[in-house]
Ligand binder design. Structure first.
Ligand SMILES: [Mg+2]
Length: 293
């Protein structure tokens, strides 16, 4: 169990967390600034969404955010849950953290928490602690259902796609309308109000009542086994770290109804909505400043 008073982490090399905000980076205030900092700054575990919260959609963590997360890891346990695969976690997130960052306090939950990866300090690498793999026949059924829905609603397939439109991520099947490697500008324009994906999901739910179907990122729909969704990380962290829900905090950019973080509210842990990575940086800075060495 983690010794919270010593926080184990303090033995880690100090990382310079000085961040210079780009004042030109506009973002909408989301209300957390109005709260008393003590309501969230003392939480032992901070769980983040990835895309749109720590980084732009499917983009690398930038240096400022990487330094801030390293600073937070010296003081708190940090978890990240996202619909993306562990491979994406490695390239987009892990690979960008400073070498000195204390990974022992980092917990990763790719594919909407359908799997969890914890750090093995002796081997110096992350290992898969659990997974809810989907059987091949389930993957086939999901793919077939998508095709049936596309026919039913006369889905206008994009003229051009970039990389695979469907990806079997082991514990999750992900549909990305424009393909996995589509440019962010195009993805942002494809379904800004989620109407296209909400319609597809509504039809899919009738064909796949025994699966979780969530809207993720900018163009994605994620399908996992029933009962497997982002909230699973809360139970896993509670078991692993012996913390209760009052000691956990979730930070995400899609906590609104219909957003892919909305389900986290059902866990009753404190949830803080952010408008994007710039907003998250300010929040993390506030937590760090409230918890000096
Ligand atoms: Mg997000």
């Amino acid at each position: 169990m983690i010794n919270w008073r010593r926080c184990d982490l303090l033995a880690a090399p100090k990382v310079d967390i000085t961040v210079h905000f780009r004042t030109a980076h506009k973002h909408v205030g989301t209300g957390w600034r109005m709260k008393d900092t003590s309501s969230f700054a003392k939480k032992k575990v901070v769980i983040f969404d990835l895309d749109g919260t720590l980084s732009e959609s499917k983009s690398d963590l930038d240096n400022e955010m990487a330094k801030l997360i390293a600073g937070l890891l010296e003081r708190r346990c940090v978890a990240v849950t996202s619909g993306c695969s562990f491979h994406q976690f490695q390239t987009q997130f892990l690979g960008k953290l400073p070498a000195a960052a204390n990974r022992s306090n980092l917990f990763l939950f790719p594919t909407c928490s359908a799997s969890g990866y914890y750090f093995d300090g002796k081997k110096g690498r992350f290992y898969r602690a659990y997974s809810n793999l989907m059987p091949k026949r389930a993957v086939k059924k999901i793919l077939r259902s998508f095709e049936e829905v596309f026919a039913d609603i006369k889905y206008p397939r994009p003229k051009r796609t970039y990389g695979p439109v469907f990806e079997d991520r082991g514990s999750q099947l992900t549909f990305s309308a424009l393909g996995q490697e589509a440019p962010l500008e195009l993805k942002r324009m494809w379904d800004p109000d989620q109407k296209k994906r909400l319609m597809i999901r509504r039809h899919l739910r009738q064909k796949l009542p025994n699966f979780e179907i969530t809207i993720g990122g900018t163009t994605s729909i994620d399908v996992t086994r029933k009962g497997v969704n982002k909230t699973l990380c809360v139970r896993k962290l509670s078991q692993r770290l012996h913390v209760n829900k009052k000691e956990m905090l979730f930070v995400g950019d899609a906590l609104f109804k219909g957003g892919n973080d909305y389900i986290m509210k059902s866990t009753r842990i404190q949830c803080i909505p952010v408008s994007g990575p710039a907003d998250t940086k300010e929040l993390v800075t506030r937590i760090i400043q409230s918890n000096p060495d």
